[in-house]
Design a protein around this ligand. Structure first.
Ligand code: SF4
Ligand code: MSK
Length: 668
């Protein structure tokens, strides 16, 4: 295996806490994903989508003079098939998460999971409406538990419904629904489209790249408008719909004098119980009996985003910081559920007192402690895990907790954005549409997705987000991209004064929101679909998601889930850019064309893979401006804005009254 030259810590990450701990890893010769990425060169044949291993006549590598695999499959077929299979895996991950939540709601409603219940009854009624569940009978309102049981059953039906199509498709603008029907890509149910995509890409089956990619869109739509949207809604019903809270981010949230427990993965089901267990006075007393002053919970990845959005639990960091949390030497237990969990955690944790605890029946890691989570004994199991972590506190050795942390205000569900802009009685996105139409806000970017050990950690996220803010583009975020912005201090209302352009700053000042809105975890990209649909139907920005001056991107993507998200956003009409490399189908010009020009012709959205941050920004802004022009909106002109707002208040207040009036209103 060819060995790559190692990067310096500063070349490896943008984040100072991460740099400190990479230095510690080098000093104690501990292995991390950063070092493994440096030591292992990525395969450029597989990386470009040119290797097929769908049967044992291969693997077939289409390089040099080889233009077909043993079975005769072409480069286009192989690249499209590889991409399709990755989307099927990503869609499965999100959707299986959604199904798990439906079962939790069912268990709770039937009295088999006494630690759970309906925390947001309004949302339950709203979702009941979407799923065709009656909320009233002849005697009036039905009991909440009965409605919850029927909502759970209706949600479960969406995974395998035997006729029709996903009910949530009706939440999209009418024009979008028509496009899906015209193109025959409206998903029939969540599971069927995944299974069919795996069937189609089996050896000797669908061997037309365009046809494979059409079904790839259908499968991904079953994720975005099915599995993920259900996961978001059911989480809100069970654990509450997010609203702004204050919290903190980065590894500096860990405490030297407390038992530190890190929750990592994706599902709120267990982590919500760990939050409850850690607040139990008996458990706190137990921690004190072991010499700690209390218990500090912190999160990594999207479990972090789930508990942050609803409970304000601080973020320890994003995907590439999971091993670094262990390297602080200050973590008693890292409790994981599903997705994005490094197997490398276990050998690393063996060098410290940290216990890695797996909890999902779907994910064990060799060498980790497995304490399987059961909904029927949720709080009891959570307490058992927290006590176990406390027992490790006296074993703690030297610690290196970087003194690096940034405050943030997360919690921007689409319901809260409606409320913030329109008020309780008239929740509406009208002010957002108006600000875009006037040009105060040039457009919207959804910056989402992962970190990738092969690109400088957090740097692409930082670069693109800062450029968009300077250009008066509102940024909404989920996943590890959101955690990157939180750590960079871009998620407080005050950040708008520092980094936003004049128009965006005025809007943020007026409404009191940060210029970058944290909308949740990976499955919560469905909240972004909901906001875009509402913007399209609100009026003034066309009549479809494809008309809105908006771009979606995952500049540091790495997971199959990111490919599914990108594909369902494109199939919903968005221009999407995946960054950091030339992408997983770069070996086939034809497949690249099918996903960009081809998909744009069919569904109005396009997918591009762009390595460089500057180019991502340039193409995004060009797209936003082109969409503004197509809508007949004024050309964006930053000089029109910035004369009002709090920023000028301090200087104005120091002036005599007449000069103050002249300064504020003169010439208008
Ligand atoms: Fe090779 Fe065809 Fe088998 Fe793929 S399916 S490994 S291209 S023979
Ligand atoms: S956790 S999928 S690294 S966003 Fe959702 Fe982060 Fe990407 Fe995992």
């Amino acid at each position: 295996m060819a060995k790559k030259k190692g990067r310096t810590p500063e070349e490896t990450s943008r984040d100072p806490a991460t740099i400190t701990l990479i230095e510690r890893a080098c000093a104690i010769e501990a292995e991390t994903a950063f070092a493994r990425a440096d030591a292992m060169q990525a395969c450029n044949i597989g990386g470009a989508g040119l290797c097929c291993k769908n049967c044992s006549m291969g693997p077939c590598r289409l390089v040099g003079k080889a233009t077909r695999g043993v079975c005769g499959a072409t480069l286009e077929t192989i690249a499209a098939r590889n991409f399709a299979r990755a989307v099927a895996a990503g869609a499965s991950a999100h959707s299986d998460h959604g199904r798990g939540l439906a079962y939790t709601l069912l268990e709770a409603a039937e009295g088999h999971a006494p630690d759970y219940g309906v925390r947001d009854a309004f949302k339950l009624l709203e979702v009941a409406g979407y799923l065709g569940v009656a909320v009233e009978d002849e005697e009036g309102m039905r009991p909440v538990d009965e409605i919850a049981r029927d909502v759970a059953l209706a949600a479960l039906k969406e995974f395998g419904r035997i006729d029709g199509e996903l009910l949530y498709l009706k939440r999209a603008p009418m024009k979008r629904q028509q496009i899906w029907h015209e193109q025959d890509i409206a998903p029939r149910n969540v599971d069927r489209e995944v299974v069919e995509l795996l069937h189609r890409t089996h050896v000797g089956n669908d061997q037309d790249a365009e046809h494979i990619l059409d079904h790839t869109m259908r499968c991904a739509l079953g994720d975005g408008w099915g599995g993920s949207m259900l996961a978001t809604d059911l989480s809100d019903i069970l654990f509450g719909t997010p609203a702004p809270v204050r919290s903190d981010s980065n590894l500096g949230v860990l405490r030297d004098n407390m038992v530190n427990i890190v929750v990592h993965g994706h599902e709120p089901t267990l982590s919500e119980m760990i939050v409850a267990a850690a607040q139990d006075p008996e458990i706190i007393a137990y921690a004190k009996s072991k010499g700690a002053e209390g218990i500090q919970l912190a999160g990594i990845c999207c479990t972090a985003n789930e508990t942050l959005m609803r409970q304000g639990v601080p973020l320890a960091g994003n995907f590439l910081q999971q091993e670094l949390a262990v390297l602080t030497g200050a973590v008693e237990a890292i409790v994981v559920d599903v997705q994005c969990i490094f197997q490398g955690l276990v050998p690393l944790a063996e060098r410290f007192h940290t216990e890695v605890i797996t909890t999902s029946p779907k994910a064990k890691i060799t060498g980790a402690t497995h304490i399987e989570f059961e909904e029927s004994r949720a709080l009891e199991i959570a307490k058992q895990i927290v006590r176990r972590a406390i027992d490790h506190f006296p074993e703690r050795g030297d610690t290196t907790i970087p003194d690096v942390h940034s405050p943030l205000v997360p919690g921007f569900s689409h319901e809260y954005i409606d409320y913030a802009l329109g008020g309780f009685y008239r929740g509406s996105l009208r002010p957002l549409n108006d600000a875009i139409m006037a040009g105060r806000i040039r457009g919207v970017v959804a910056n989402i997705g992962c970190n990738n050990a092969r690109v400088c950690h957090d740097e692409l996220h930082r670069h693109v987000v800062e450029e968009f803010l300077k250009n008066d583009i509102l940024v909404v975020e989920t996943g590890c991209g959101a955690i990157a912005s939180a750590k960079q201090g871009l998620m407080t209302p005050e950040a708008a004064l520092e980094v936003a352009g004049p128009g965006l700053r005025e809007v943020c000042e007026t409404v009191g929101i940060p210029p970058v809105l944290h909308m949740g975890s990976c499955v919560d990209n469905s909240r972004i679909l909901t906001v875009l649909s509402q913007m399209a139907t609100e009026g003034g920005l066309g009549e479809d998601i494809a008309d809105i001056p908006a771009v979606g991107m995952a500049p540091e993507w790495m997971s199959e889930k990111a490919l599914s998200i990108a594909t369902y956003c494109v199939a919903s009409g968005a221009y999407v850019i995946l960054g950091g490399s030339d992408g997983p189908v770069s070996g086939s010009e034809e497949v690249l064309r099918l996903m960009s020009d081809g998909w744009e012709e069919k569904v109005g959205g396009r997918l591009e893979f762009i390595e460089e941050a500057e180019e991502i920004v340039r193409r995004s802004i060009a797209h936003i401006d082109a969409k503004r022009e197509a809508l007949g909106l004024d050309e964006y002109d930053a000089s029109k804005w910035g004369q009002s707002g709090d920023r000028r208040m301090p200087e104005l207040l120091n002036l005599p009254l007449e000069e103050r009036i002249e300064a504020a209103y003169g010439g208008r």
